[in-house]
Design a protein around this ligand. Structure first.
Ligand code: NDP
Length: 285
């Protein structure tokens, strides 16, 4: 049976370590419209910032805001010295050009690491900021190896040398799949990216020592997709008709085969928030 690797507990340890640094930072959050999921994500991010003793600045704009109104909110936050990291919650309402708006965020305050300058640094392998969900997932991968080797559950764990290991990332979005693949490759894993056009996903996944699912299809990854002992990181968040959250991985089946697995909820989600805070700290330095 797999080790269940709790991102919720790991993020709680990370928050304690940030709180103990006793620095006073500011996180600026821009939410446009009233997408219910976005409202919950923003509230959770603001709560986490407050728990570590930081200030939050929020700008909530109506769904029918113009490009110029959102741009002006970004520019206000760019020039506010009390704000160290800026988060523009995505997705934006239809009609607003997300990419152009992200480009207006000061790259030095880009807490989500979505600005093309920071993505360019990531491609070159010399990034300071790291995209939050892949960074949180990589931390969970390191912790998984550490636990499987008999180590204790703690926040600071050694970075595992992934030389000789096969990683498969299912999903190739700019937000998760692509940066995840780059970061695993940077750590010397041999990486395969799978997507909706991949033939025989099951066989591709069965090659993985590390499998990251970032798809958005409820329980797509079944137990017969898993190499025995593999580390399985489930990024997916899929809400069913009863409002219950499911990952991209069939957790109950896969946990019988995998070496380690992250749950949904309580896996990658809290670590995404933790890396928003980690990036804000890096932005301040
Ligand atoms: P996108 O919709 O942008 O990308 C989904 C990717 O999955 C695409 O590359 C798509 O392929 C691929 N895909 C879709 N269907 C299949 C399939 N049947 N087989 C193989 N690949 C498939 O999603 P995101 O990357 O933004 O998010 C992915 C999931 O992660 C979502 O559930 C999202 O809610 C969740 N998420 C969770 C976060 C967290 O903090 N836990 C943070 C961000 C996202 P193609 O490119 O060919 O279309």
């Amino acid at each position: 049976m797999a080790v269940i690797v709790s991102g919720k507990e790991l993020a709680a340890l990370g928050e304690t370590s940030l709180k103990n640094k006793k620095v006073s930072l500011g996180l600026g959050v821009i939410l446009v419209g009233d997408n219910p999921a976005s409202k919950v994500y923003v509230a959770n991010k603001e709560k986490a910032a407050k728990r570590v003793g930081w200030n939050t600045f929020d700008q909530k704009l109506p769904a029918n805001s113009t490009f110029e109104q959102v741009a002006s909110a970004i520019e206000k936050f760019n020039s506010n010295k009390d704000i160290h990291g800026i988060l523009l919650q995505l997705p934006l309402p239809k009609g607003l050009q997300s990419e152009k708006l992200i480009e207006l965020i000061d790259p030095n305050k880009d807490a989500d690491c979505l600005h093309p300058i920071n993505q360019g640094y990531l491609l070159r392998g010399n990034t300071k900021l790291k995209p939050c969900t892949p960074a949180g997932s990589l931390h969970l991968i390191d912790l998984s190896f550490h636990l499987l080797a008999g180590g204790e559950f703690k926040y600071e764990v050694p970075k595992k040398d992934l030389t000789g290991l096969n990683a498969v990332v299912v999903g190739r979005s700019i937000l998760v799949g692509k940066p995840m693949a780059l970061m695993l490759q940077e750590r010397n894993a041999t990486v395969t990216m799978a997507h909706s056009k991949t033939k025989d996903l099951r066989s591709v996944c069965r090659t993985a020592d590390i499998l990251v699912a970032a798809v958005g299809v409820k329980e797509l990854i079944k137990s017969d997709f898993i190499k025995p002992g593999a580390i399985v990181i489930d990024v997916g968040i899929n809400r069913d008709e009863n409002g219950v959250l499911h990952g991209d991985v069939d957790f109950n089946g896969v946990k019988k085969i995998a070496g380690a697995i992250t749950p949904v909820p309580g896996g990658v989600g809290p670590m995404t928030i933790q890396y928003l805070l980690e990036n804000t700290l890096l932005c301040s330095g």
